[in-house]
Each structure stands twice: as C-alpha cells, then as structure tokens.
Design a protein. Structure first.
Length: 357
C-alpha cells in the first residue's frame, strides 16, 4: 500500500515536521493539513509543509490514504475518534502522541488504527520550527491494536521508515510505563529539583547561581513547554505514579543508609546495599548525532527489550560531529544484545569490558 494523499490533523511542530519529511522523502504525493487554529494552519502553509489547507476535518480526510493525528495530548483521544468517524474505509489512521493508552482506547475495535509515537522533538513550538530531519534515526514506537489490519500496520511501518525513523512495535500500556520512567519521571524530577534549588538560600547564597555542570545536566529539560508537560503528566498519571513510588523507595533506601549507625563500616555496608555492585559491567560507546530525542530514543529502545542501563554518560563534541554516548550494561550477553539492537538502528557501537579500579 502506498500513500497518495496524506492528511495531517494538527499542524504544530510535530505535525508540520511529519508533513515536511513526507514531502522530502516522497512518502506522499499530496499533503493536506487541518488545524482548528487558523494561525497554525497558515504557518504550516507558509513553511511549505502542506500542499493544501482545509477548514474542516471531513475535507481533510476525504480520499486520504493515511491520516496522522498530531493533536495535543489532552485532546488526542477525542481527535483520534473524530478522525476515524470522519474518514472512510480507505483511510488508515495513526497518531504521534507521547502517551498511547488513551488514544488506543478511543480507537478500540477499529481495524484502521495504528498508534504511534516518534521519540524526538524540540523545546520550540509551532510549524515555523518544523524540520524534515527531526525523525532521522529516531525511534518511532508503533502500538497496533489486536484488531488492527496487518496491511494497515505495514503501511504505517513503511511510512515511518521512509521518514528516516526506526519503527518499534510495543504494547500501549508497556509504552506508557516505559516513557513514564525514561521521559516523564526525569521531566518531573528536573522541575522539582530546579524549584527546590530556586526556593533555597544557603547562608545568603543562591544555589542556582552557583550551579555546576551536574545540576545543569540533570535539569536541562526543566520548564520546557510547561502546558504540554502538565497534560502529559495528567494523561499518564498512573504510570508516572508507579515510577515516582519506585523512585521514592530508592531515595528512602539511600536515606536509611545515610542515617545508619555511627560505625563507618556499618554505614558503608548500608550504602553498598543502596548502591549494589552491578557485577561484570560492559561499556558500550555509541556515536550519536546532535539531535533532540536521540538519548530518549536509545534508552527507550533498550528498555523495550528489557536491557537495563546501569549508568550512562554523554560527551558532546560539536553540533556537526555529535558526540559519544557511553552506556554501562551488566553482562556480556546483554551488551551484545544492546549492541546488535543499536547497530540495527544505524549507530556505530564499540563494546568493551569495564576494568576494575
């Protein structure tokens, strides 16, 4: 199945980027855009992302082979349902939302729906910041339903691949638990940490004014598109609560270790229990481009294969040369699995044992 007419429902940053990438890759012959915000629709037209702008959802999906729903998370489920209802049997429907349970529930029973989530993005907003290259090398999760027609899945899989992304199939609920841990929890904690540091004074000194690289690295995402992230937190609240509860347990374990008896040996033993020896570690050095979403895409792809990352460090070289991501994985077999997965996605990987100090 080929995509002749592509309908993009929602022409913000990601929707317009999908349109631009599809035009550049020849993945669609004609791209139609629809957005309830006339200014967003005009911005997409001015950017050259769409060939045609329509004032109604029905006009946008009429005759479309594929409709990509790029609505905000808070409105995603309703827009997926409306798009399915407005379109004919010819039209396959997918979405680009960062949570999947709600959208998939809204499409339950439809053979025409394949959920999707490209793991990329930018702190910027709007079609004027759209980029056809934003999906290059990115993980693009696909969450087909049990009812999904295999031919529809192949269509979306092929379309995503043409945009330069790597499609990875995952269960919708597993997807939401995965991104809660690797994306939503870090965003929540980054904001909490920045707020804590900003509200604190240490003998007249402002912690944020004296912040070093560690704090800057940990809190880089704090404050990014707060309205969007509030909606994401609410939509994925159950999975985020689970991740927060596990994080709280580990913090309490660390507190108990620090509060342990006065004997230094006992305190060290408790701390060792809080930070267990990961065993025989293997180091994976991965060359990565300088592009938003690369780190999240790699960690989520490994998480989907249940490959645990013990630790990681990102060394940035330059915007042109990218950088090196160093991952620590326990065990040679797990390291080989991780390397094979990343190499299949086009990354160069060097594996070596971590020598004892």
């Amino acid at each position: 199945m080929e995509v002749g007419r592509l309908a993009v429902i929602g022409t913000g940053l990601i929707g317009a980027s999908v349109a631009l990438a599809a035009k550049q890759a020849g993945a669609a012959a004609h791209v139609v855009g629809h957005d309830p915000d006339p200014a967003a629709l005009e911005a997409a037209r001015a950017r050259g992302a769409i060939d045609e702008a329509t004032g109604s959802l029905e006009d946008a999906v009429a005759g479309a082979d594929l409709a990509v729903v790029a609505a905000p998370v808070a409105h995603l489920a309703a827009q997926v349902r409306a798009t399915l209802e407005a379109s004919a049997d010819q039209t396959t429907v997918t979405d680009v939302g960062s949570t999947k349970a709600g959208a998939c529930a809204a499409a339950a029973g439809s053979a025409r729906f394949v959920g999707g989530h490209p793991v990329c993005g930018s702190e910027a907003r709007g079609a004027e910041h759209a980029s056809a290259e934003i999906f290059d090398g990115a993980t693009w999760f696909l969450t087909p339903l049990t009812e999904t027609d295999p031919a529809r899945y192949r269509l979306v899989h092929g379309f995503v691949s043409k945009l330069g992304a790597t499609p990875v199939a995952v269960d919708p609920q597993a997807h939401d638990r995965l991104v809660a841990l690797t994306s939503h929890l870090p965003h929540a904690l980054a904001n909490l940490l920045v707020n804590q540091a900003g509200a604190t004074r240490v003998e007249g000194h402002e912690p944020l004014a004296a912040a070093g690289g560690s704090l800057r690295d940990m809190t880089r995402v704090a404050g990014a598109n707060p309205r969007i992230w509030v909606d994401i937190f609410v939509e994925n609240a159950a999975s985020l609560r689970e991740s927060l509860a596990e994080h709280r347990r580990r913090v309490e374990q660390l507190e108990a270790a620090l509060d342990a008896g006065d004997a230094g040996g006992n305190r060290r033993r408790m701390l060792a229990d809080a930070f267990p020896d990961p065993g025989e570690l293997q180091q994976l050095r991965v060359h990565v481009p300088d592009r938003p979403g690369v780190l999240a895409g790699i960690t989520q792809a490994l998480g989907a294969e249940r490959i645990n990352i013990e630790d990681f460090e990102l060394h940035h070289v330059s915007p042109d040369r990218g950088g090196t991501l160093t991952l620590l994985v326990t065990g040679e077999e797990e390291a080989r699995r991780a390397a094979a997965l990343l190499e299949s996605q086009g990354y160069g990987v060097v594996v070596s044992p971590v020598l004892s100090q």
